[in-house]
Design a protein around this ligand. Structure first.
Ligand code: FES
Ligand code: FES
Length: 156
């Protein structure tokens, strides 16, 4: 039986019907049309679905929409402000941190979370922290470089 679920997504109040089993990623993509959050696996491994719920990175494929009732949710679509990319998005662009781009929304949302949680990041730490994000295209080198650059830009 579905019920109305309300939350704030990218600064806007939204309400839509969801079943108790509806995943947050389904709610975002299918009810709100926010298709920047991707689904790359069905085993909670790839991280293509990472969004922020109340400022914390979560895999939206393992989070129920009803758990986000009343929460502040940010997706990749909510990062740019006034036509300006978020520093982490700009860093991925500048450092060629993507190839096909499928993993990129999750990488960027995780990168911001890592940068917020851990001061003075180094390459080893970023690689460790990215354990939950998989990329099938790159050798991760430019992703790590992008996150280090983005973290530095966020600190400014
Ligand atoms: Fe969420 Fe892969 S779709 S971890
Ligand atoms: Fe293609 Fe990461 S850039 S999956």
């Amino acid at each position: 039986m579905s019920k109305s679920v309300s939350m704030t997504v990218n600064g806007k109040s939204v309400s839509a019907e969801a079943e108790p089993r509806t995943l947050l990623v389904q709610f975002l993509r299918e009810k709100l049309g926010l298709t920047g959050t991707h689904v790359g696996c069905d085993t909670s491994q790839c991280g293509a679905c990472v969004v922020h719920v109340d400022g914390i990175a979560v895999k939206s494929c393992t989070f129920l929409a009803v758990q986000a009732e009343g929460a502040q949710v940010t997706t990749i679509e909510g990062l740019a402000k006034d036509g300006q990319l978020h520093p982490m998005q700009a860093a991925f662009k500048e450092n060629h941190g993507l190839q096909c781009g499928f993993c990129t929304p999750g990488m960027i949302m995780s990168g911001i979370d890592i940068a917020r949680r851990i001061p003075n990041l180094d390459e080893h730490t970023v690689r460790e922290q990215l354990e939950g994000n998989l990329c099938r295209c790159t050798g991760y080198h430019n992703i790590v470089k992008s996150i280090l650059a983005g973290a530095e830009a966020m600190g400014k």
